[in-house]
Design a protein around this ligand. Structure first.
Ligand SMILES: [Zn+2]
Length: 286
């Protein structure tokens, strides 16, 4: 049919011009070895990490354990992201009550070239020592309140440097042994710092987006966004944050963390933050 072939011709020409424009646009930018700094960056893969699991129970409240709360929130978050953000691949570090060591969690994220890593945890305050009738006793401190967002401070740990180098320079088939990591070429050392600086900024930015949702939408108390050494995140080579969803050893917060309402609020806040972050990194030329 004439009409059909005419349509096909138009589609063909449009496809050609769109490709041409994209190529022209892409070549107008500095060539980068990192897909996440190219103008056509696409946020594809999110890792949701339910903290602890199996024999690693984490913190405990009066009736619940951190490992179960983090898993419940992680599974709800997985469902919500898959439902609300269509073109995103969600990876879970665990979906059942199993022990997974932190190194393996990071390897899973790195091998799948994840664009963002969210580790879910519950906070808890240590007992305080008090002297009662001349005896030192340990008394629970249930006064902790609110969320806390952690971003790892990059240290020159061999593992992380190796992870970043392997991921970013994979197409060059460079394998970095620890020895080589300690003697990087000046060019590679510069590139490494560029990635670290970018991941740091993106992690802090995403943490702030999540924190703002918790505070402004859910009315949660917040202890803020803090940069510190975070073992759970230390070997990931992408923007990554740890979310302390609340204090499990504070009875009020334990109820909130175990309730459908509380878990849904936490999940919805994180989903809104992911949507905004995804929009930003995909739209803003980097
Ligand atoms: Zn934890």
């Amino acid at each position: 049919m004439k009409n059909k072939s005419f349509k096909l011709l138009i589609y063909g020409l449009s496809a050609f011009f769109i490709t041409f424009i994209n190529v022209a646009f892409a070549t107008g930018h500095p060539v980068s070895r990192d897909s996440s700094v190219s103008a056509r960056f696409k946020f594809r893969t999110l890792v949701i990490d339910a903290g602890h699991g199996g024999r690693a129970t984490g913190a405990s409240g009066s009736y619940s354990l951190e490992k179960n709360v983090t898993l419940a929130i992680a599974l709800k978050l997985q469902q919500a992201v898959q439902k609300e953000i269509k073109d995103i691949n969600v990876l879970m570090t665990r979906t059942t009550d199993v022990f997974v060591n932190n190194g393996l969690r990071a390897v899973m994220a790195n091998d799948n070239k994840a664009n963002l890593y969210i580790s879910l945890h519950c906070n808890s305050l240590p007992n305080v020592r008090k002297v009662v009738n001349g005896k030192t006793v340990s008394v629970p401190n249930r006064s902790g309140k609110g969320v806390l967002l952690l971003v790892n401070i990059f240290r020159r740990s061999g593992e992380q440097v190796a992870a970043i180098m392997e991921n970013q320079f994979a197409e060059e088939e460079k394998a970095y042994s620890k020895k080589e990591v300690n003697a990087l070429s000046p060019e590679d050392a510069i590139m490494l710092n560029v990635y670290r600086d970018k991941y740091r900024k993106q992690s802090i930015h995403f943490a702030n987006l999540v924190n703002n949702e918790f505070v402004n939408t859910d009315g949660r108390n917040s202890l803020g966004v803090i940069e510190q050494g975070v073992q759970v995140l230390a070997q990931t080579s992408m923007p990554s944050i740890l979310v302390e969803t609340g204090f499990i050893n504070n009875p009020e917060e334990e109820d909130y963390l175990n309730s459908d309402q509380g878990q849904n609020e936490i999940v919805n806040s994180i989903v809104r933050a992911i949507k905004q972050y995804k929009r930003e990194v995909e739209q803003v030329p980097q």
